[in-house]
Design a protein around this ligand. Structure first.
Ligand code: IPM
Ligand code: MG
Length: 354
């Protein structure tokens, strides 16, 4: 099969981790006889530095004509403490999501046996936890009307959702639930927010169409608590943009490291595959960052964008083998810590020999 990829390394550790993921992608392409083509493009602070904007038109055009996008990370500390910056790397990510119509962000939360002792939760709570968080990605407070008034002394951001936006993401939630353990938890704040009441109204209308799925409603504050108290109770969780942003960071650490969780963003145009973690600027260029989340994002890319399940599984097997053999970076190492590039080489080599 012909695989036509756009690779957007971004900022900080982005270039190093996407390089490791590309090693795995190339090894899989050779193994399964796929014709691989890929092109790099600028995004984030790296793009601002070069061309003055964080998601240049050239980058968007490349994404539009590719079959899938592999994305590293975005963000640079020089913008973080400057609330007056007029152009920010994160705008690139948001613009990409909007322009590609990536309304669904899928973040599977899985635990790894060899890392359970690293979880901040007790083993018996987290062992076997396995759920999918689906975050709405192109609506809500991130994209609603925002601004200042009263000479800049009052600021506002608005959370807006249309019925159509809610329906399409809930539909995806139900489709995932049907393929899994048939439970959908709709997370909102319907006791306070009007937008959440519309979410709940739409969910209640849709639920009877999915009689095999148990629909459960949960307020977001309660959900934040349940994720650490009873992570095994979740199967598929669906929620709006900002709640999803916060809950998925929380969910990701229960697995033992933020460096492990991949994600897929899907919607109208080309899908994007990226790690959940950020650009970790302190580690940039040091060859110490954990590449596994990005490598697992490449596995999701084979599965979701190309429906190539064996290819995705081989990458997952290789990652599991590296964890079992303790060929891991310093964030999860017990004894010897391996470099980012060494982990990438080991995984690609495993794929080549499989
Ligand atoms: C994420 C990130 C982004 C978000 C930032 C970098 C804009 O935290 O992908 O979760 O808030 O969506
Ligand atoms: Mg986030």
């Amino acid at each position: 099969m012909k695989l036509n990829l756009a690779v957007l390394p971004g900022d900080g550790i982005g270039p190093e981790i996407t390089e490791q993921a590309m090693k795995a992608v190339k090894a899989v392409a050779v193994k399964f006889n796929h014709e691989l083509e890929y092109k790099y493009a600028l995004t984030g602070a790296a793009a601002i530095d070069k061309v003055g904007e964080p998601y240049p038109d050239d980058t968007h055009e490349l994404c539009m004509k590719s079959d899938a996008v592999l994305f590293g990370a975005i963000g640079d500390p020089k913008y973080d403490n400057n609330p007056k910056a007029t152009v920010r790397p994160e705008q690139g990510l948001l613009l990409m999501r909007k322009k590609l119509g990536l309304y669904a962000n899928i973040r599977p939360v899985e635990t790894f046996e060899s890392l359970l002792h690293k979880s901040p939760l007790r083993r018996e709570l987290v062992e076997g936890a396995d759920f999918v968080a689906i975050r709405e990605l192109t609506g809500g407070i991130y994209f609603g009307e925002k601004g200042r008034k009263d000479d800049g002394n009052t600021a506002f951001d608005t959370c807006t959702y249309t019925r159509a936006e809610i329906e399409r993401i809930l539909k995806l939630g139900y489709e995932f639930a049907l393929k899994r353990n048939k439970k959908l938890t709709v997370v909102d704040k319907a006791n306070v927010l009007e937008s959440s009441r519309l979410w709940r109204e739409v969910a209640q209308e849709m639920a009877p169409n999915y009689p095999d799925v148990k629909t459960e409603y949960m307020f977001v504050d309660n959900a934040a608590m349940q994720i650490i108290q009873w992570p095994k109770n979740f199967d598929v969780m669906v929620t709006e943009n900002m709640f999803g942003d916060i809950l998925t960071d929380e969910a990701s650490v229960i697995t033992g490291s933020l460096g492990l969780l991949p994600s897929a963003s899907m919607g109208i145009h080309t899908s994007v595959f990226e790690p959940i973690h950020g650009s970790y600027p302190q580690a940039a260029g040091k060859d110490i960052a954990n590449p596994i989340a990005t490598i697992l994002s490449a596995a999701m890319m084979f599965e979701y964008a190309f429906n190539l399940m064996d290819e995705g599984k081989l990458i997952r097997d290789a990652v599991n083998a590296s964890l079992a053999e303790k060929v891991v970076t310093e964030d999860i190492a017990e004894g010897k810590a391996f470099k980012t590039s060494e982990v990438g080489d080991w995984i690609a080599n495993y794929i080549g020999k499989a």
